[in-house]
Ligand binder design. Structure first.
Ligand code: ADP
Length: 260
C-alpha cells in the first residue's frame, strides 16, 4: 500500500492537518515484477546466440575463410561493432537485474583501495590509448571492506564514460582520499564535454542519456551509471556527479573505511 499525505491548509495558509490517501499498489508491483522477469529471460536467451554470432564475425574478420572486398570488410566491421553493442546491452541488463533482485550476496572482504584502482586503470588503458586520452591515477593504500569485483566494475564504468566523453589529448584522473566520518572518497575526473546541471541526477536512472543519440554515437547502453549506483548503494555508499559544461565532469562515490 502506498500512503501519500496531503496537507490541509486554511485561508491564512496555516497547516491544519493532513489527509492521508492510501492506494493499493500490489497490481503495479506485480506488473513491474513481470516486466523485470520478462526482460531478464529475453536477455538471457539472447546471450548465447549473440555470443556465437560475435565469434563467427571475428573469424570472418581474420580472412582465414577467404578475403573480403573492401566494401565487404566495412560491412563486417559495422556488423561486428553492433553485435558488440548488443552483447554489452544484454550483459548490462543482466548485471542490473542480478544486483536489483537481491538474490546474490556481495562477497565483501578487506581490500586495499590502491589495488582496485590499479586493476581498473590497467583494464581501461587500451581504451584510453585508442581515444588518445591520458589516464592518470594516484593510488593510496587505504583498507576498505568491499566486494572487489563489483567496485572494480563501478570504477571501470566511470573511467570508460570519462574516456568516451573526452576529446583526444584530454586527461582522465582517478583519485582516492580519506574523509572524516570513516569514509573514503573515489573521484573520476575528466576534461570532456561536461553534463548540464539539469541532468546530473537523472543520468543515474536506467536508459537516461544527456543526448539520446549517445548510445549510437558512443556505443553506450544507458545502464552503466544505474549499475554503478546499485553497486555503491549495496556498499552503503553514495554516488553523485559534478560538472561544468565544456570543462569536464567529476563522478564521486564514498565507501566506508575498514576499522580495526
Ligand atoms: P552510457 O552507456 O550511455 O554511457 P551511462 O549510464 O554510463 O550510459 O551514462 C548515462 C549518460 O550520462 C551518458 O549517455 C552520457 O550522456 C552521460 N555521461 C556519463 N558520464 C559522462 C561523462 N564523463 N561526461 C559526459 N557525459 C557523461
Amino acid at each position: 500500500v502506498n500512503v501519500t499525505y496531503i496537507p490541509h491548509v486554511d485561508e491564512q495558509k496555516t497547516v491544519k492537518g493532513f489527509f492521508s490517501l492510501a492506494s493499493d499498489i500490489s497490481d503495479r508491483k506485480a506488473i513491474e515484477r513481470m516486466k523485470d522477469e520478462f526482460i531478464s529471460v529475453v536477455s538471457h536467451e539472447l546471450r548465447t546466440p549473440l555470443t556465437s554470432l560475435h565469434s563467427a564475425l571475428k573469424i570472418l574478420a581474420t580472412g582465414r575463410l577467404g578475403t573480403l572486398s573492401l566494401d565487404g570488410q566495412q560491412m563486417l566491421a559495422i556488423a561486428d561493432e553492433n553485435t558488440e553493442r548488443l552483447v554489452r546491452l544484454v550483459n548490462n541488463v543482466l548485471d542490473l537485474q542480478r544486483i536489483e533482485s537481491g538474490k546474490f550476496t556481495m562477497e565483501k572482504q578487506a581490500c586495499n583501495a590502491a589495488d582496485l584502482m590499479i586493476q581498473a586503470t590497467e583494464a581501461m588503458q587500451p581504451m584510453a590509448q585508442q581515444h588518445g586520452v591520458t589516464l592518470a591515477t594516484k593510488p593510496i593504500n587505504i583498507q576498505i571492506w568491499v566486494d572487489s569485483d563489483y567496485i572494480v566494475q563501478a570504477l571501470t564504468n566511470l573511467l570508460s564514460n570519462a574516456i568516451k566523453f573526452s576529446s583526444p589529448g584530454g586527461t582522465v584522473s582517478l583519485k582516492v582520499e580519506c574523509l572524516q566520518q570513516s569514509q573514503v572518497l573515489f573521484c573520476v575526473h575528466d576534461e570532456g564535454q561536461g553534463i548540464p546541471q539539469s541532468k546530473l541526477e537523472s543520468i543515474f536512472e536506467r536508459f537516461q542519456q544527456v543526448d539520446s543519440s549517445d548510445s549510437r554515437k558512443k556505443g553506450g547502453t544507458g545502464l552503466g551509471l544505474a549499475i554503478c549506483r546499485k553497486i555503491i548503494e549495496q556498499h552503503e555508499g553514495k554516488i553523485w556527479a559534478e560538472s561544468t559544461l565544456g570543462k569536464g565532469s567529476t563522478f564521486c562515490f564514498t565507501l566506508p573505511v575498514l576499522h580495526g
